[in-house]
Design a protein around this ligand. Sequence first.
Ligand code: SF4
Length: 385
Amino acid sequence: MKRSLDANAHAVRDSLAQTKLSLNDFANLISPAASERLEQISVRSQKMTQQRFGKTIRLFAPLYLSNECVNNCAYCGFSRDNAILRVTLSIDEVLREARELKSHGFRNILLVAGEHPKFVSNHYLRDCVAALHAEIPGVSLEVGPMETDAYRPLVAAGADGLVVYQETYDRNIYDAMHTAGPKRNFDWRLETAERAYAAGFRRLGIGALFGLADWRYEAVCVAAHADFLLRHCWKAQLTISLPRLRPCAGEFQPLTPLANRELVQLVCAFRLKFPDAGLVLSTREPARLRDGLIPLGITLISAGSHTEPGGYTGAGREKIHHTERGRIVELASGASEWAVTNGHATNATGQFEIADDRSPGEVAALIRKLGYEPVWKDWDAALTV
Ligand code: SF4
């Protein structure tokens, strides 16, 4: 952390001269001194990304299964104490949403759900994966952490990726942000990727939510975590996400800033430190910034995203309710109709506001315009031995 602030121009130059970067080199590259050489760093990052990944950008879409949650996370709209409109999609409704995404080209879907054993049980998740597997070759999950043995049926059903963000690697801030629910256990969450690997997931995604602890501290911790996973879970493909906080129900304000220029520096530093890791950028970022970051090191982006269950088709609209102490509380008659008129397909509350609302087709066209190939499908179930 200290190094990432204090590195001087010589240290930055020495780190840039390395072919294999250490954690210290990474810290040097995210320093204020390295910011002075951002152009040089970004040129190297761009070149390295093209050498390793070609001129391709993989596309994925999040499919929210449920916005029920037993946790209180200060920065998340789904927090249990937020009086939001909630719903959990049935398997048929999940299929409907997935088919809509498929009609836009997606073959890589990230299933997302709050953590709620009653509404989002392990069996339910397995059934969702199994139902999608026949139609969608790439199914990943971003759900509450589980035991290794609970992950195995999901892998057997066809899930190939597991994404879990630590949110913040600062234990004090972590404690302050997570005031209720099983997510309070920092270490249990930290070890999730290892349990997922032991269960057979072949893609692992990690990251921090920028806007909580100091961004340089988080970045060094993410890099150290990634280093560890590359050594201990070496058969898996690793992706690193760099999400910044967005407005959401509860109106949490970021505690720390991460400016656009610093985000660019961060993407490039991660690329130089981890030449083969996937770097993920979501629709949390505005279109112009995303377009500028695509050539610099990003390999995987989402497009046309909705963060509310049923957001693509309106599925589940008639089941919207409030949840109090794990019990469904029906809305007053007619109360679920108001939001249908506000331009959304469903009135379930989203996790956060997206910043890039272009359609998948528009994003794919932009990728082509930049000289890159949009890749909708990079895996086939037939390749699984
Ligand atoms: S961040 Fe995840 S665990 Fe926390 S409230 Fe939101 S959905 Fe629940």
